[in-house]
Structure formats: C-alpha cells, structure tokens
Design a protein. Structure first.
Length: 312
C-alpha cells in the first residue's frame, strides 16, 4: 500500500473514531436512565482501562525493550506514573461534570459545547507562554457567538446543563495540555490505561458515597456502559493511534472535530432530539470556529515544509 492509500485509509479510521466518540454522547445520555453519573463513569473507565491491557501486552511482546540505563528507566516510570495520575484526575473531574451536564441538555448541544476545547486549549497556552495566532482570537469570537446562540436564553441566562458542559470543556482542555506534556516522554497506551484506572477509582469514591449503586441497575445500563468503555475508550483510542500514524496532526484534529457533528446526528437519529433554528445557527458558528482553530497548525506545517524544500 503506497503512502497516499495509507493516508486515505488512516483518514477513514479517524472519521470512524469521530463517529464512535460522537455516538458515545447518546450512550452517556441513555446510561443516566439507569445509574448515576459517578457509577457510569467509574464502571466505564475501569472497563476502558481493562480493554487496553491486551493492547499493552501485545505491544510489549511485539516491541523488544531496548537496553537503557536504570536511571532512564526510573525516570520513565516516574513520568508515566505522574502523567497517568494527572491525566486520570483531570479525566475524572471533566467526565463527571460532563456526565452530570448531559442529563440537563441535549446530546447535540453537549457535543458542540464540549468541542470548544479545540479553541480553549490555545488560549490556555497563553499561561504557558505560548503564542496565540490572531486566527485563534477570531475563532474565540465566533465560538462565543455560537455558544450564545446555543445556550443563552432571551433572558440572558445559561441553562444548567450547558454551563456544566462548558466547564467540562475547560476541564478537557487541561486534560489535553497534560497529555501534550507527558505523551512525548512515555508510552501513550500505558499512559491512557493508567488514566482510565485512576479515573475509575476516583469516580468510585462518590459513587459509593452518594449513589449506592446496585448490580441490577448497572446491568440495566450494561449496553451504554459497554459502548462507552469498550468502543469509545478502548476501540476509539486504538483507532486514533493507528489513524494518526499516517496522517498529520493538524488533519487528524480536524477530522476528529467532526465528533461534534456526529453527536448532533446521533441525538437526532437515535433519541429523536431536535435543535431550533437558533441553536443550529449557533452550532454552525462553533463548527466554523473549530475549523479556523486548525489553520495556525496548517500554516506552521506549511512553513516547515517550505523550510525543508530546496528551491535552488
């Protein structure tokens, strides 16, 4: 298979990933009919971590461990542990807020508001002394307009669910920045596996404290929990890794941002949810903002390609 064919097939895998993640909003919404938000997140996170264990075992057998000093191995284990704990804490908080918020809003709105992390991440980068392109500021303006149309009522109040989903988008932005810091230093599959188990354990604390789950209710929510744990976490994450091997990060993030569109479509097709003309216009503004937020990365990649090209 040539490079172009690999790129096309990888792009299709990423699109499938976006579809899986978008449909997961429906599973999260349906699951709330049977169990509480912390129970749902705890069980699905532990399931997601469990699904990744065979992947880690397969990788360890396939890739022979190269000889390295004990000091390097110690540093790598420390980074993996700290990174996994940090990611797990951020994931537990963000996913819990999202799960609670979904019960107060529609799947489509939740998908688009969550996708605002693509715009929020570069803004948070300012605190890490990273430059923000002027196009990002334009994206922020458009996203703000979109969020207003989607969530703000005529009385200038924002619904509880939409506000919680916006908080979750901020939390996922922090989660992404943590991953950005640790992923170049450690095995990303192991990092993801640890974060799922940490998130599952942390969500398990309030699960037993305030929800008193029973096996019957968990079994009633088995289908949405298994979809979120196996498909969204295990399969989705693996497809993302495979897909990004032959697709540039900027294109990958652009394709994955379609998750918001698939969330709205899934809510409409499966749950019969509809959006008003005003909310649809707001979704359009958010989607344009998401697309614009990718442009600085394209410009950066273009400059790198030109710099490597011998024009003389």
């Amino acid at each position: 298979m040539n490079h172009k064919s690999k790129q096309i097939s990888s792009s299709l895998l990423l699109a499938l990933t976006a579809l899986i993640w978008g449909a997961s909003f429906v599973a999260q919404s349906v699951g709330m009919d049977h169990v509480g938000p912390f129970t749902f997140n705890s069980v699905r996170s532990i399931l997601g971590g469990t699904v990744l264990l065979p992947v880690i075992i397969f990788q360890s057998k396939k890739n022979k461990v190269q000889s390295s000093s004990k000091e390097d191995e110690r540093k790598a284990r420390k980074s993996l542990l700290i990174g996994g704990l940090s990611c797990g804490i951020a994931l537990a908080i963000s996913s819990s807020i999202q799960q609670i918020g979904i019960s107060y809003t529609t799947v489509g709105k939740a998908g688009f508001i969550t996708a605002l992390y693509i715009v929020i991440v570069p803004i948070m980068g300012l605190f890490l002394k990273k430059k923000v392109h002027v196009i990002i500021w334009l994206s922020v303006v458009l996203a703000t307009i979109g969020l207003y149309l989607i969530s703000i009522t005529e009385g200038l109040t924002i619904g509880r669910g939409d506000f919680l989903i916006l908080l979750c988008a901020l939390g996922f932005s922090v989660h992404i920045l943590i991953i950005d810091h640790y992923s170049p230093r450690v095995d990303v599959v192991k990092l993801s596996c640890i974060q799922f188990f940490v998130a599952g354990i942390l969500c398990g604390i309030p699960m037993f404290a305030v929800e008193s789950p029973d096996i019957t209710s968990i079994l009633d929510a088995a289908a949405p929990i298994m979809y979120s744990g196996i498909m969204s976490s295990g399969v989705g994450y693996t497809l993302q890794m495979v897909g990004q091997k032959h697709v540039k990060p900027v294109l990958a993030s652009l394709i994955l941002s379609m998750e918001a569109v698939f969330a709205a479509l899934s809510g409409w097709l499966i749950l019969g949810e509809t959006l008003s003309a005003r909310e649809l216009l707001g979704c359009a503004f958010v989607f344009v903002a998401i697309l614009l937020a990718q442009i600085p990365d394209y410009i950066k990649v273009g400059k790198q390609i030109l710099a490597k090209t011998d024009l003389y």
